[in-house]
Design a protein around this ligand. Sequence first.
Ligand code: GLP
Length: 241
Amino acid sequence: MKIEILQTAAQVNAKAAWHFIRRAAFDGVLTGVATGDTTRAVYALVAALYETAPFDTSKIRICALDDYAGIEGDHPASCSARIRAQLQVPLHLRSEQLILPEAFPGTPDAVAQAYEERLTSLGGIQTQLLGIGADAHLGFCRPGTPFCSPAHAVQLPEDTRQMLHRKYTLEIKKLPRCGVTLGLKSIMQIPELLVIATGTAKARAVYDSLHHAPDERIPASILQLHPNVTWLLDAEAASLL
Ligand code: GLP
């Protein structure tokens, strides 16, 4: 496990953006992308770098870490829509370059299974960008998620639904109740992980994930057992270490 502490969030974003460009664009490996405020800043920088000095994007293949179920695919809250807006559009990616759960029909459970099978048939995700929740969740793997979980459907907790209500002014009755996420086992099978955390709101989760013995109450603590994970932190996120 590698822990890199940089002074500012801007430095963290730059390092993560270059990781994405190197692995996804130059090496052309299947790259998993988290959505959230942390990675949004990283993708904005990738887009800005592309705008300034366009690089070859033809080898890029990206896939989602998680998404809501029962939300319109073009709704801005949907993780797929955010990946399209933050990466596909600015980098001019063809739709075949995106592998998203929304492409699979059926119940959330069936979607999760079909999505993981598709990723496996493509040789599996080779590198994954991860954000971390303030409760140390990864994707939609909240505290208590079994470490052995494959991709699966989840009931969304009330705080997530309220966040969607506030952030995207979604009507309460239209809020999704379920999500689909890679599981902790799925994440552990990816050969290279980059966890990005910035800001004081993540400091406790970072500390617990790195210093508490691996425990299902702290989902990201499982990463201590991963052979090739880098934690990329700004000074605030690292402030309790
Ligand atoms: C969200 C998402 C994750 C994201 C994480 C951190 O709930 N499901 O994909 O990485 O939590 O989000 P943020 O970067 O907005 O803090």
